[in-house]
Each structure stands twice: as structure tokens, then as C-alpha cells.
Design a protein around this ligand. Structure first.
Ligand SMILES: Cc1ncc(COP(=O)(O)O)c(C=O)c1O
Length: 423
């Protein structure tokens, strides 16, 4: 079954496009299980970045060829991300990363807020969708917390709903947890927010490489993600509904246009990386066209790509979870019941039960790293969750993240290595 989906996706051809994947460590083939921290890039992204620097390196708005080319390249990249998220190109704001974009937006939204206003954040979120809102406490805004069901690491929706009221001005929620892989019912949460007249701000950074994002269907007001998590360069992208990008007041320099989306982009952008963004969206679209030749538009091809990616990733995830559950000393966090796998992506957090000093998450990550497995340890900024689960002081979790360029063979090798290390 897994071999069939690997063949449908043509995993050999996919991996050949990513130069980094052929590296080795201490004689072991490198297994990149660190996708949640950032994915590798296909050659076409590298070519687009270096091609821009070779050919078109210029600032915007000049009356000469390379500057015009730069303007055209930026417009192309916006159109590509608009296809990726299903929105208008003028609703796409580029920035250095999701965190910076979210701080910019929280400052602008916070201008109109004060005592008596409330913002709801969640225990499951990465701190980048928490601290920018906590910062508004200095204006007198009250921050409320949606709790989780500890055993499954899923949001407690009843608790979340009970904390939304007529004073709620914004609900900040993650699409998927970068620590335990839980996918949140974002559409339902957006509906709850809107029913109370609140804005919905979605952090889709972790969901980006795993599932199709459709901001029109979600009806969210804002959605932020980072292209370096979905096979592109180190950049952030923010979708904002046109009406909000026009209505809200950014802190900006005076000569900068008041037109959207540029009024939200301050200073000179990272043009070479933005050139790489178009290439990473096109990489995904090409993958989609290979699995569904009927896909007529780039958006349709992206839809097809995520169907194939989802199918393949879930096969790998089932195998990995089944294998991990057979190692008695390993405790896996988050959803482990296959009947609920639709609610998670293949990002796994684990610890050794009653860990000794050489079984802490960092010790495991180091031993795995020496054998060529790139994993992560700690809280990865999902601090509210590691504190809530009381693992923060003892090293957090070991995180294993799969994306579509990972293989069955890597999963099996990892399971064998982990078994050897912990037993
Ligand atoms: C779920 C989630 N949200 C936000 C961020 C922050 O993204 P950025 O590095 O683009 O600021 C990350 C980064 O790991 C993340 O995983």
C-alpha cells in the first residue's frame, strides 16, 4: 500500500529534486525529520534565488529594466501565494517571517483596543500566535486562554466556546500544532469568533506543508504562514482580508504608498527569497499535475498535490506511530488512535518514561543526530503546551516530523535506531 502511494507520488523523482537530501553524516544517510523546524528546498528554488541575484537584483519602482523585472517578479510571487491560499494577490503581505508579521498586525489591531476588550489565545499554539497578543495587555486588553484535553493534546472546544463573548475582539488559533501535530477545527472556530463579532487570526505555519489551505472556505480574517516550512525560502506570508488591510492603520514610513498590500510591507523586502517563493509554489503545482493531469489551473494543481501528499504522509505516519507504540519505554503525546488520524499531521512528540540523564530529549536528539537522523528537542516555542504538560523543566519532547520527501525506509531505520538507543 505504502509502496503504491510512494510510486504514485514518484518519491524517487521528488527526492532527486532536493539536493540536500543526498547528504550523509558519519557515514549514515541523512534523514531530514526536522521539517517542522524548516524543510529542504528543491533545486528550482535555489535556481530562482540565484537567478534573481544574477539577473534582476534591484530595488522596486525604478524606471529601468532590472527594477521593472523586480516589480514583475513580486507581482508573480503574490499571484503564486494567492493560488496557494486561495485569495486575491492584493491580500498577500510579504515579511521576514510569521512572527514579525504577526507582531505588526497585533500592533495595528491593538490601536483600537483597550480595557474591557478581550483576546482569546490557546495553550496549543506556538508562542508566535500568543506573545504578540499578550503584548496588548499593556493597553489593558484581557487575554483569555482556551485549554486542551491533555490525553489527546486537542483543543477543548467547549472551553474555547465558553470564553468567547461580546467583549472578544480577536481569536488567535493555530491550524496545526508544531509540537504534537494536532489539526484544529479552524473553520468552526472562525465561525464562533465571527458569531461574537470577533476577528479570527490563524497561524498556518505548521499546517502549510501538510494540507491544503483555503482562506476563502475558512473565512478567516488573517492567516499567516512561513514559506521555509513548505519547501521555500526563509520568509513569512500573511493573508489579510482586503477590507482589514485597507481599514487598519499600519505604523509605516510616510513616503510608503497607502495602497494594499504594500502599506504593510516596510522597507526593502528580501527580493531574492520572494523569487524563490514562486518557485516553491510551482514545485507543489508540478507535483500536483503529475498526480492529476486534469488539473487545469495552478490552484487545481495545488489541490491535487495536497491530496497526494496527505495520502502518502498518512501512510508513513501510521507506520511510524505503530512502531513507536511498540517501544514500551516511549510515551507518545497527542492523538494515537488511528480512528482520529484525520485530526493530526505527521509531527510526533515523544519522551522516554522515567527518563535517565542520557535519555532526555536533547540526549536522544544528539544520539540520533550522530546516526544521521535530524530531529528536534525542547519546546520549539510551543511553550504553553510544554508547561501545561509539565515537561518543560525536563527537556520538553523529542520531535520527529515527516514531510512528503521522507521515505518508508527512513521510518524503519529511525524506529530501529530509536529502539536501540532507548532499550
Ligand atoms: C506553528 C508555528 N507558528 C509560528 C512559527 C513561527 O514562524 P516564523 O519562524 O516564520 O516566525 C513556527 C515556527 O516554527 C511554528 O511552527
Amino acid at each position: 500500500m505504502l509502496t503504491e502511494t510512494a510510486a504514485a507520488l514518484d518519491i524517487v523523482r521528488i527526492r532527486a529534486q532536493f539536493p540536500a537530501l543526498s547528504q550523509s553524516v558519519n557515514g549514515h544517510p541523512a534523514a531530514f525529520l526536522d521539517g517542522p523546524g524548516g524543510t529542504q528546498v528543491p533545486q528550482r528554488v535555489i535556481d530562482a534565488i540565484s537567478g534573481y541575484l544574477r539577473r534582476d537584483n534591484a530595488n522596486t519602482g525604478g524606471a529601468y529594466a532590472t527594477s521593472r523585472n523586480t516589480d514583475a517578479m513580486l507581482a508573480e510571487a503574490r499571484a503564486a501565494v494567492a493560488d496557494f491560499l486561495n485569495c486575491g494577490a492584493d491580500e498577500i503581505v510579504f515579511g521576514p517571517n510569521m512572527t514579525t508579521l504577526t507582531y505588526a498586525m497585533s500592533r495595528a489591531i491593538g490601536r483600537d483596543l483597550g480595557p474591557g476588550d478581550e483576546i482569546l489565545v490557546t495553550r496549543l499554539d506556538h508562542d508566535a500566535n500568543v506573545s504578540p497578543w499578550l503584548a496588548l495587555e499593556e493597553k489593558g486588553v484581557t487575554i483569555r486562554w482556551a485549554e486542551i484535553h491533555e490525553e489527546s493534546c486537542t483543543l477543548d472546544l467547549a472551553d474555547l466556546a465558553s470564553k468567547i463573548n461580546e467583549r472578544t475582539k480577536l481569536v488567535a488559533v493555530g491550524y496545526a500544532s508544531n509540537a504534537v501535530g494536532t489539526i484544529n477545527p479552524v473553520k468552526a472556530i472562525v465561525r464562533l469568533a465571527h458569531a461574537a463579532g470577533a476577528l479570527a487570526y490563524v497561524d498556518a505555519v505548521h499546517y502549510g506543508p501538510h494540507g491544503l489551505i483555503d482562506v476563502a472556505a475558512l473565512d478567516c480574517d488573517f492567516l499567516a504562514c512561513s514559506t521555509y516550512k513548505f519547501f521555500g525560502p526563509h520568509m513569512g506570508v500573511l493573508f489579510g482580508k482586503r477590507e482589514h488591510l485597507q481599514r487598519l492603520q499600519p505604523y509605516k514610513v510616510r513616503p510608503l504608498t497607502d495602497a494594499i498590500p504594500n502599506r504593510w510591507e516596510w522597507g526593502t523586502l528580501n527580493h531574492e527569497c520572494i523569487a524563490g517563493i514562486t518557485a516553491c509554489v510551482d514545485y507543489l503545482a508540478d507535483l500536483g499535475r503529475r498526480t492529476n493531469a486534469q488539473a487545469a489551473t495552478r490552484r487545481a494543481a495545488i489541490v491535487a498535490a495536497f491530496e497526494a501528499i496527505h495520502h502518502y504522509e498518512h501512510g508513513l505516519m501510521e507506520r511510524l506511530i505503530a512502531g513507536l507504540l511498540q517501544i514500551p519505554s516511549v510515551k507518545l503525546y497527542g492523538i494515537t488512535d488511528p480512528a482520529r488520524f484525520a485530526e493530526r499531521c505527521p509531527t510526533l512528540a515523544l519522551r522516554v518514561v522515567n527518563q535517565t540523564a542520557d535519555q532526555t530529549p536533547v540526549a536522544l536528539a544528539t544520539k540520533l543526530g550522530d546516526r544521521g537522523f535530524f530531529t528536534w528537542d525542547g519546546n520549539y516555542y510551543a511553550l504553553n503546551l510544554t508547561e501545561r504538560l509539565d515537561v518543560e523543566k525536563t527537556g520538553g519532547f523529542l520531535r520527529i516530523g515527516l514531510v512528503h520527501y521522507n521515505t518508508v525506509e527512513e521510518v524503519d531505520r529511525l524506529l530501529a535506531a530509536l529502539k536501540q538507543i532507548v532499550e
